[in-house]
Design a protein around this ligand. Structure first.
Ligand code: RB5
Length: 145
């Protein structure tokens, strides 16, 4: 599984924590920054991750800002993206199983590093259940047209 990850300045520390987790899990990832704590605009950093997932270059994406909200709004503007803003393990599993979410957004100012690691691990480990959820996800795609 190839993963794209980025944050804004508000998510920098948690992004590094999650990159450590991805390395520990032996997962292949590409980091789209930013390289410093300087204030940046989250849509600029959501775009390469969302485009990379939408194009199929990456299987999944992870986006982190202060709340996770700006990143999730930005990512969901890109056709083909189903970005879920998640701060608990139940929702992490449910959004993979039911929504086939392809990007996970989290907020560094909302969640601690320990829970964020558990959320990301659950989200990465859970498969889409298909079945009746297939029809619903197809209807999400119809809304894009
Ligand atoms: C940056 O201050 C903050 O607005 C951003 O990280 C994010 O929370 C936006 O949704």
């Amino acid at each position: 599984m190839k993963i794209a990850i980025s944050s804004d300045h508000g998510g920098n520390r948690l992004r590094h924590e999650i990159m450590d987790l991805l390395s520990e899990l032996g997962l292949d990832y590409e980091d789209f920054g930013p390289d410093s704590d300087e204030s940046v605009d989250y849509p600029d950093y959501a775009k390469p991750v969302a485009d990379g997932v939408a194009s199929g270059k990456f299987d999944r994406g992870i986006l982190i800002c202060g709340t996770g909200i700006g990143m999730s709004i930005a990512a969901n503007k890109v056709k083909g993206i189903r970005c879920a803003l998640v701060h608990d393990v139940f929702s992490a599993k449910a959004t993979r199983g039911h929504n086939d979410s392809n990007i996970l957004a989290m907020g560094e100012r909302v969640i601690g590093p320990g829970l964020a690691r558990e959320v990301a691990t659950a989200w990465l480990d859970t498969s889409f259940e298909g079945g009746r959820h297939e029809r619903r996800v197809a209807k999400l795609s119809e809304l894009e047209n």
